[in-house]
Write a protein that binds this ligand. Sequence first.
Ligand code: SF4
Ligand code: SF4
Length: 243
Amino acid sequence: MAGIYADFDESIPRYGCTHCSNCNSLFGASLCKVKNRGCCFYFPKFTLVDIHNMCQSMEGLQVLFKIIINPGTEIYRYYIHAKGYFDEKGYNKYICEKHYTIDGYVNSCFINYMNELSSVERLHEIQDQTIFFRSCAFVKEGYGCTIPSKYRTYICNLFLCSEVVDSIKHFKSYENYIKERDSYMRWLNWENENLKHLLRDNSLNLIDNLDHIIKLFHELPLEVYEFPKLEPIESEENLSPNI
Ligand code: SF4
Ligand code: SF4
């Protein structure tokens, strides 16, 4: 049985799925050296809203520091992009030779997956197949994310892969999950624009004035979004064991 639910870390919403701890979705397949990382192939972009949130507490500032010192992190004027691991050599081999021996590890599950016609069609629908060769800098193999939910990006907190979505999308209540996520994202964008204006008006940007902005954000009260409580959705169907 697969199910999804919404929970909170303080006021920050997160969609969870009972399937994630035993992820066997195509989206969670890893052909790089970091195994069991679910769909944490994503390289998170931390917006001004995320940074504002981190600047409110010592714990948040420690997370911000961890993000800044990550070797792959790039700081832009109004956001921070934390790049992680990418096995470019393995990816090129995969594309050119359909070679599945990566970092000395043969992903036999993935090869089995490739032998199923319907699966191959689904694989081809994934335009960016670098996802199989990437790993976020903050995921710990077999453990998950090392950043508390309240400091993760909304993409990290609210993403559900297509396999999970397919198993529950026929439930009417799933529409609420989509609707509330969309409203929340619109609010985040609007809030982010407000913070950007504030920085522009004060001739500040993250590249040149990071310390100043941390102090400014620490003193700026946080706007809290009232994300509603959503009923969990449980499906009687098991997700298909893909790989
Ligand atoms: S959302 Fe899908 S791909 Fe991501 S961990 Fe959960 S089951 Fe795996
Ligand atoms: S920040 Fe955490 S949840 Fe987001 S991709 Fe990285 S490990 Fe996954």
